[in-house]
Design a protein around this ligand. Structure first.
Ligand SMILES: [Zn+2]
Ligand SMILES: [Zn+2]
Length: 592
């Protein structure tokens, strides 16, 4: 009897294993791996994955609107923030000194960003969950589609690639970098197995490229599983912003710059708001703000950023040694340093590793953006050309460029470091970039004046990417007149909104001339959207035509220019009183 039972159990187990094995190996695609498409994995950029808060039972914490509470880049709880900051702020205002404000601000930073902290092995320890999709886009639910489309608008820019061949590798930007590289390596195997295809495409965006670069270094054999890589504004050699932060070169910790220049040049605020904020800053003595900002930065950098190997992978190789000396030289950081050292070795080899891929027949393309100075948080924000977030040298794998607003020196000759065809002209028509010194001169597309963090609103880049992941017709920057090497950046959200408004106008009541003007503006708008070769003024022209036509049709109010009333006052105060607060003005006046 016992023997029987044992045999039965064995048989059941075996059957179970066989079934499981069969289920695990069964391909999920309609083509069973036999079509001409290649499964494509998007590896998104910083913060482009859903990392959300969970409570002690692992249940999602939801905000007032029922949405899962985001943990990126911080978990913001307004009530808690007010509770922490209100009293010390009021006291500091009344006493005109640091009455606990800097300490409270540091606490608020720890509370908000601390959810992304890692332990001394660089493993995340917060109550957070990264929502992952170990299945193709064809199986996404509505929420998953919404999240992924907010970062890469697949629905807006359709691709011929079948949906069951499309994958999104979601990850925690503060996560363990070696772990992420291993996870991506395993994910490629999952995709091969689910789709039945032997080779896949990778589309790493921004920070995602650091993970791909790490994987290429740790697992060079992955080349056999790759058909094509399309790097989009890749952080292959980090960002100088992180390099500056990790080497102590933060601009706004200098009070003179904070009160005069920082806010005006940050390009995230309009000029009137920037000037108003400069006036607001003076309600406290500058020493109080400096103490507060220094405390906040110290806590953010030391308690969160330097324990994240995901963040370290964004430090340029040229800054790594100094940054590691500054933050990773103590014995307690040894385990983290061992990991960042490992990535540093790979990072220095990243261009060589990519060149090796090409030698193995993997197609490699790149999209780089330029003529947008880095955000002025780090001191070297305009040392090199960039795209607001990453310097061009990193995203273009070594292209030579003039600084933003300048051109290459007179008489500059194309270097042809990586282009062997003397017939190729790799210097852009604006003479800002020499693409021939970048690793991939024939397969790198450049977009002028394109802001990195708004890349998903550039319809041309999206259309190019959707082409490249579905087809192999485009083999280089000379393949299609629709996608030349040098193009213009743009954000088409406003044009889409204007077109929608214009098409909603009831034209029956309009004067014939206005009706005609509106129709012409709509036609121009659509023509602009259909063109994939842009010029500097095409988009502003189309937007202006639509705005004017809508105005004439009574469907839009005239836009009033906000006068910058605070600017002269802020300028006056800075000139005569430096960065002093209002309560210190008399002091400053007396001392002069
Ligand atoms: Zn297929
Ligand atoms: Zn060439």
């Amino acid at each position: 009897m016992k023997k029987c039972l044992a045999m039965l159990l064995c048989a059941a187990l075996l059957a179970g294993m066989l079934c499981f094995g069969a289920a695990a190996k069964e391909t999920q695609t309609a083509c069973k791996g036999a079509c001409d498409y290649y499964p494509t994995i998007i590896i998104p950029g910083l913060g482009q994955s859903s990392v959300v808060m969970v409570d002690e039972n692992g249940a999602f914490i939801r905000d007032r609107n029922g949405k899962k509470a985001s943990a990126f880049p911080a978990y913001l709880q307004t009530g808690k923030l007010i509770k922490t900051l209100a009293k010390p702020l009021l006291l500091s205002l009344m006493l005109q000194r640091d009455a606990g404000l800097s300490e409270a601000f540091a606490t608020a930073i720890d509370d908000a960003f601390g959810v992304n902290a890692c332990d001394l092995n660089a493993q995340p320890i917060g109550s957070i969950v990264t929502e992952k999709y170990p299945y193709s886009y064809a199986n996404y639910n509505d929420e998953e589609k919404e999240v992924t489309n907010s970062h890469v608008p697949f629905e807006m820019y359709p691709t011929d690639l079948p949906r069951d061949h499309l994958y999104y590798f979601a990850y925690n930007s503060f996560g363990n970098h070696i772990g992420l590289a291993e996870e991506l390596f395993a994910f490629i195997k999952t995709v091969q197995q689910q789709t039945g295809h032997k080779r896949v495409n990778l589309v790493p965006l921004s920070q995602g490229a650091s993970i791909v670069s790490a994987m290429l270094g740790y697992h060079p054999e992955v080349a056999d599983a790759l058909h094509k890589i399309l790097f989009v504004v890749p952080a292959l050699d980090g960002s100088k912003i992180i390099g500056d932060v990790f080497t102590g070169r933060i601009t706004f910790l200098d009070s003179d710059y904070l009160y005069h220049g920082f806010l005006e040049n940050i390009r995230l605020l309009d000029a009137p708001t920037a000037s108003l904020l400069e006036l607001v800053l003076r309600v406290l003595p500058d020493e109080v703000w400096m103490a507060t900002l220094n405390a906040g930065v110290k806590h953010l950098v030391e308690n969160v950023m330097i324990r994240s190997t995901g963040m370290w992978a964004l430090c340029p190789s040229g800054d790594y040694k100094a940054a590691a000396k500054r933050y990773l030289s103590s014995p307690e950081m040894a385990n983290i340093k061992a990991q960042t050292d490992r990535y540093y070795q790979v990072q220095k080899q990243s261009r060589a590793n990519i060149a090796a891929l090409k030698d193995k027949g993997v197609q490699v393309f790149c999209v780089a953006e330029y003529d947008y100075a880095l955000i002025n948080v780090g001191e070297r924000w305009n040392d090199q050309n960039g795209d607001f977030i990453i310097q061009l040298d990193s995203t273009s794998m070594g292209a030579t460029a003039a600084r933003v607003g300048e051109t290459l020196p007179k008489g500059y000759q194309q270097q042809n470091t990586f282009c062997t065809n003397p017939a190729h002209n790799h210097i852009g028509p604006d003479r800002v970039v020499d693409a021939s010194t970048g690793l991939l001169p024939d397969t790198t597309f450049y977009f002028k004046n394109q802001r990195h963090d708004l890349t998903q609103h550039n319809d041309i880049i999206l259309k190019l990417a959707m082409q490249l992941i579905a087809h192999d017709e485009i083999t280089d920057v000379y393949s299609s007149p629709d996608f030349p090497q040098f193009n213009y950046g743009r954000d088409v959200r406003n044009l889409h909104a204007l077109l929608e408004k214009a098409e909603g106008v009831n034209t029956k009541l309009l004067l014939p001339s206005v009706k005609k003007e509106l129709a012409a503006a709509v036609a121009l708008g659509k023509e602009t959207l259909n063109k994939t070769v842009d010029t500097a003024d095409a988009l502003p022209k189309a937007e202006a035509a639509l705005s004017t036509a809508l105005l004439h049709a009574g469907a839009k109010l005239p836009e009033l220019q906000k006068p910058n009333v605070c600017a002269p006052l802020s300028e006056f105060l800075y000139k005569h009183f430096g960065s002093n607060g209002y309560s210190e003005l008399w002091k400053a006046a007396v001392s002069r």
